[in-house]
Design a protein around this ligand. Sequence first.
Ligand SMILES: *Cc1c(COP(=O)(O)O)cnc(C)c1O
Length: 229
Amino acid sequence: MLAADEIGARLREVRDRIAQSAQRSGRTLDAIRLVLASKTQPADAVRAAYHAGARDFGENYIREAAAKRAELADLTDATWHLIGHLQSNKTRLATRTFAIIQTLDSARLADAIAHAQPRPLMPALIEVNLGGEPTKSGVGVSDVASLIDAARAKVEILGLMTIPPHAESATGARSYFAKLRRLRDRLAATTGLALSDLSMGMTEDFEVAIEEGATMVRVGRAVFGERPQ
Ligand SMILES: *Cc1c(COP(=O)(O)O)cnc(C)c1O
C-alpha cells in the first residue's frame, strides 16, 4: 500500500478537484459525497484515509468487507457502501456489514434484503446497466421502473448507480452520466420518489460525473494507488 501520508495527500488532491468541479457546475460541495473504493486495499490504507478525513468507503466483496470492518471497528462514524454485486444468499451478512447497498438489481434481491432486514428499510440504490452489457450486472434501462415498483416497499430506494460502458475519454462518459440523470428525472416524476442520489464517476471521470449531477462519486486508485492483486 502507499504510505499513509501519501494517501492523505492524494485524498486532499481529489477533494480539491471535486470542489473545483462543483464550483464549475454551480453545485454545493456538501451535495457530493466521496466514497472511497477500497476493495483489495488493506485495512491500514482505509485507516490512513479515515485519518485524513474520509468517512465513506465502498467495498465489492462481502467477506472481505466484513473482515475489514471488524479490523476497523473503532472507526464508528465510517459509512460502508456495498458497490459490488450481491447474491441473494449473502444478504444477511451484507445487511450487517453495510449501511447502503448501491447494487440492487432484481426484485428477488430486494425480497432477500427485506427478509434479512425488515425494519428499518435498508437504504439502496438501483444499479443500472446503461449500455445493456451482458458482462455487467445491473438492471436494463427499460426495467428500472418495474424494479422500483417491486422493491419500494422492501428497501429505501435513494436513487440510481451506474458503471457506464468503457469510454475512450472522460467526455465520452459524459453522455452516459447525462443519460442516468435524465432517467432519474423521468422516474422521479412517474414514481413520486425523490431518487435524489446519483452514484456515478470513478478515478478516470469523476469530475465529469459531478458536472452531470453525481451526488456520490466512487474513487479508488486516485487515492489508494493501483490495487494490490
Ligand atoms: C473499483 C470500483 C470503483 C473505483 O474504481 P477506480 O477506477 O479505482 O476509481 C468504483 N466503482 C465500483 C463499482 C468499483 O468496483
